[in-house]
Design a protein around this ligand. Structure first.
Ligand SMILES: NC(=O)c1ccc[n+]([C@@H]2O[C@H](COP(=O)([O-])OP(=O)(O)OC[C@H]3O[C@@H](n4cnc5c(N)ncnc54)[C@H](O)[C@@H]3O)[C@@H](O)[C@H]2O)c1
Length: 333
């Protein structure tokens, strides 16, 4: 049973690859290494392939055929919201075009199991801030829109040719399951704060006047190793004929504010953090948290890691990346 992991060399993908291998599956990675490096997946075959390129369908079909792939976990995508606003057409080519390649190739060779990486970005700015999978999908930027379209595409493929598919909507992913698999991207709160601390500068907080208990935004942080486990559970669940749902939020159900996160990072790193508070950012909802019940009830998934694990493992991996010379990936715009 060989599973193809697209984007398998990336931050989340490399964790998924290890979780699948731990679960006894053969894993093959497909990645163009545009935001990652081959060193993260040394133990597995890697096909370097840009899924958005014009000749990608035939090349991917050949890979699926060669390894007799039984399933695909499709994580490969671009994920920077600001860049997606600046270059929407490129984001659609990358994320929607890349998924089109995967679906065409899968159909051509009869590979009919697919787990799709979606995002909480599909919810946009939901009223009340606490969502379930039934909350209307209303993305507010091109990145979120590419994920919403992706969910429609995989669902339509299920109707058209029987693809067994599931979309996992990740909330705020952080932490590291292994020291060598930290998040190299300085794009989210955790790594942005660690980066500023390293530069001996004050981390920036966007707004402290939100209608939340301490005035800062509240988010739902999930440990990347727990997220990786959710992929194994979701993939296995595709074998069931009586599945009721094809969409799952991957979150803990627990909201953590920016101020709470800063306090946790201060405790773990031993730094006193005095943030610089600036104006709110456009499109940042005050609260974005999931009830995260469906994944528990249907797939028996439970997060094994709390906030301390998330922060502690992120810090260790950050230090380890610095020691091994991994360059941080910064926002393109
Ligand atoms: N990190 C998060 O908090 C988060 C939250 C929600 C959803 N997601 C989604 O999870 C997935 C993985 O994200 P990540 O955080 O690991 O990002 P990442 O940038 O570390 O990983 C993406 C991987 O895909 C590869 N890739 C990108 N474009 C490609 C292309 N055209 N062809 C082949 N490979 C390509 C990159 O080289 C990289 O290895 C993405 O789909 C992202 O949208 C991430």
């Amino acid at each position: 049973m060989t599973i193809i992991v697209t984007g398998g060399a990336g931050y989340i993908g490399a964790h998924v690859v290890r979780a699948l291998a731990d679960a006894g599956k053969d894993v093959v990675v497909v990645d163009d290494l545009s935001t990652s490096s081959a060193g993260r997946v040394r133990a597995h075959p890697l096909h370097r392939l840009d899924l958005a390129a014009s000749d990608a369908t035939n090349r991917l079909a050949a890979v699926l055929d060669q390894h007799r792939a039984t399933g695909i976990i499709h994580l490969a995508a671009k994920k920077q919201v600001g860049e997606s606003v600046a270059r929407p057409e490129w984001y659609f080519r990358q994320n929607v075009g890349g998924l089109g390649t995967v679906l065409e190739a899968a159909r051509a060779v009869g590979c009919d199991r697919l787990v799709f990486s979606s995002s909480a970005a599909v919810y946009g700015e939901p009223v009340g801030g606490v969502v379930t999978e039934d909350t209307p999908v209303a993305p507010i930027n091109p990145y979120g829109q590419t994920k919403a379209v992706g969910e429609w595409m995989v669902r339509d493929a299920a109707r058209a040719w029987g693809l067994r598919q599931v979309s996992l909507r990740y909330f705020n992913v952080a932490g590291a399951g292994h020291h060598d698999l930290g998040d190299p991207a300085v794009l989210n709160l955790m790594t942005l704060v660690l980066d500023r601390l390293e530069a001996r500068e004050a981390p920036v907080v966007f707004g402290d006047d939100y209608p939340t208990p301490d005035g800062t935004c509240v988010r739902d942080y999930v440990h990347v190793a727990d997220l990786a486990d959710a992929h194994v559970a979701a993939l296995n669940d595709l074998e069931r004929d009586d599945r009721r749902y094809d969409t799952f939020d991957v979150a803990t159900g627990r909201g953590v504010s920016v101020a709470e996160m800063l306090a946790a990072i201060a405790a773990v790193t031993g730094n006193a953090i005095e943030p610089r508070v600036v104006a709110r950012r456009l499109g940042d909802p005050a609260v974005l948290v999931a009830t995260a019940q469906r994944l528990r009830t249907e797939l028996g998934w439970e997060p094994r890691h709390g906030l301390d694990d998330i922060v502690g493992s992120a810090w260790q991996a950050w230090v380890s990346q610095r020691e091994s010379g991994v360059e941080p990936i910064r926002a393109a715009v």
